[in-house]
Design a protein around this ligand. Structure first.
Ligand SMILES: Nc1ncnc2c1ncn2[C@@H]1O[C@H](COP(=O)(O)OP(=O)(O)OP(=O)(O)O)[C@@H](O)[C@H]1O
Ligand SMILES: [Mg+2]
Length: 491
């Protein structure tokens, strides 16, 4: 009976919104309760229903079983009397050792035999009832009141020869007593059992949730200052255990990233200090000794040199920050022809760099003969031309700083990769340091590179850029000298 949309809320039954609001309030109340309470309450409710149903079924089954026992006993006794009657051997005094009452009635409707204490004048069932009971072939209930018996009776009627009938009856009171006792036990026992089970659930659920509470407390204690704290990991190998280990791994990563960031900031500050101090010193000296025009020119040149260093540092830091920001992904991915990009980039070095492509003969960059030596297909990778140009410049700058002979740059396709190598004949790098130099702010000969070199960010930028392109870079011995090998997947 949902009201049609637009037909107006006035048509809706008044009780409904109030009922809905009540249900919402109950749902809200339930959701605000603790997990422990909700789990225990839900488990107890299910248990209560299960216990009630099983008590009901149990009483039913017990009753049926007791009735069947009584019916069986009166039937056996009736059969016994019928055979005695057919043989004409019914004893005058019928005993009732198992509490079964017997009446033997002749064809005229008179009681000929009866157990002691049983009415000898009035049959328990009249003639019509007797024949109906015989036809039914099973026991039936009978009120004992009219015959001075204060209970319900189970009665079975069998026919014997010569129109006689045998009535066997047994009070139902024993069954009633048994069922009542069982009912009492269940009525008291079931709630007790329920309370016990609810208590056990409460305790077990509390124990299960304890590690989560511990996790929460642990998380509360982790602050910006106590960074190396970890969450408590429970011994059990369960969901909470894997949650705790996962969270700890996350904390570990965050801590490492944080440490890296701090180191970067402090290294950067350190690198900024010396050119700034140098600028300041030069300006102070110039101001303190106001000389001729030449002095100022010298100062300006010195300051310009330091400013250039600062600019390069800022650019390198920016490049690294961009790489970090993108988390190892590329800002742009377009086809870059290395066979064009590399010679173009090398043009600025003139004769200091020799370029070879596809293993062909050497050519000076910008030399038209270089184009003639091209062998095979164009070498194209997917990526950012600006970033790849910077990789080459950083490697060539390093090589030129250490070499005496011209630096050799080679480019060729090898399998699914483009292979770019930069070789010099300088002092090389000892094997133990060849990985370390890729770290940020790592310089091997700091005295020398303070004048000529930069901050030690060049190779870090190379590696992170190449990795972002899905490639790899390493340094190897070129005896004499060093060879930087860059491998980039061809597109
Ligand atoms: N071709 C090379 N031969 C010998 N040593 C090298 C060579 N290339 C790099 N190195 C060493 O590795 C160190 C790190 O190189 P990287 O390019 O990262 O920094 P940098 O050149 O010192 O400074 P930046 O590149 O930031 O201007 C250098 O300081 C140098 O000691
Ligand atoms: Mg460098």
């Amino acid at each position: 009976m949902e009201a049609e949309p637009g037909s107006g809320a006035g048509l809706r039954p008044a009780g409904r919104p109030r009922k809905e609001a009540g249900a919402r309030r109950t749902a809200g109340w339930w959701r605000r309760k603790s997990l422990r309470f909700r789990l225990t309450a839900a488990a107890s409710a299910v248990l209560a229903v299960a216990l009630a149903v099983s008590a009901y079924v149990m009483i039913g089954v017990l009753g049926q079983a007791l009735i069947a026992t009584i019916d069986d006993s009166i039937y056996q006794r009736a059969r016994e009397i019928v055979s005695q009657a057919d043989a004409g051997q019914v004893p005058d005094e019928l005993a009732s050792p198992d509490g079964v009452l017997i009446q033997v009635i002749d064809s005229a409707g008179r009681i000929t035999h009866a157990t002691t204490g049983t009415d000898r004048l009035v049959p328990l069932l009249d003639a019509a009832e007797r024949s109906a009971a015989i036809a039914e072939k099973r026991a039936r209930f009978l009120h004992g009141g009219p015959y001075g018996i204060p209970h319900m009776l189970r009665v079975r009627v069998l026919s014997a020869d010569e129109g006689r009938t045998v009535i066997a009856a047994r009070p139902f009171s024993e069954v009633e007593t048994s069922l009542r006792t069982a009912g009492h036990v269940l009525f008291v026992g079931t709630p007790l059992l329920l309370v016990l089970l609810a208590g056990v659930s409460w305790v077990i659920i509390g124990r299960t949730l304890r590690p989560i509470t511990a996790l929460r407390r642990g998380a509360e204690e982790i602050t910006g200052t106590a960074r190396s704290r970890r969450l408590p990991v429970p011994e059990s190998r369960d969901e909470v255990h894997s949650l705790a280990t996962t969270l700890n791994a996350m904390l570990d990563r965050l801590e490492r990233a944080d440490a890296r960031q701090r180191a970067l900031v402090s290294d950067a500050a350190h690198e900024l200090r010396s050119p700034l101090a140098s600028i300041r010193l030069q300006l102070e000296v110039a101001l303190g000794h106001p000389g001729g025009q030449d002095d100022w020119r010298e100062t300006a040149e010195g300051v310009l040199e330091d400013t250039t260093r600062l600019t390069r540092l800022a650019e390198d830091l920016l490049a690294l920050a961009r790489l970090d920001e993108r988390g190892g992904a590329l800002a742009r991915r377009e086809p870059v022809g290395l066979d064009d990009l590399v010679p173009q980039t090398l043009e600025r070095y003139g004769g200091a760099v020799v370029f070879r492509i596809g293993g062909g003969p050497a050519a000076r960059p910008g030399d038209p003969a270089g184009n003639g030596s091209r062998a095979g297909d164009p070498i194209v990778v997917a990526g950012d031309a600006l970033d790849l140009g910077r990789v080459l410049v950083n490697l060539v700058d390093n090589a030129l700083r250490h070499t005496a002979a011209p630096v050799v740059v080679e480019l060729r396709a090898q399998g699914a990769d483009a292979l770019l190598t930069v070789t010099d004949d300088g002092p090389g790098i000892p094997e133990a340091d060849r990985e370390r130099v890729f770290d940020r702010f790592t310089r091997l000969d700091s005295a020398r590179s303070r004048d000529e070199g930069g901050a030690g960010l060049g190779l870090a930028i190379v590696r992170e850029t190449v990795n972002a392109h899905g490639g790899a870079v390493h340094l190897e011995d070129a005896s004499p000298g060093l060879r930087a090998v860059v491998r980039l997947p061809l597109s």
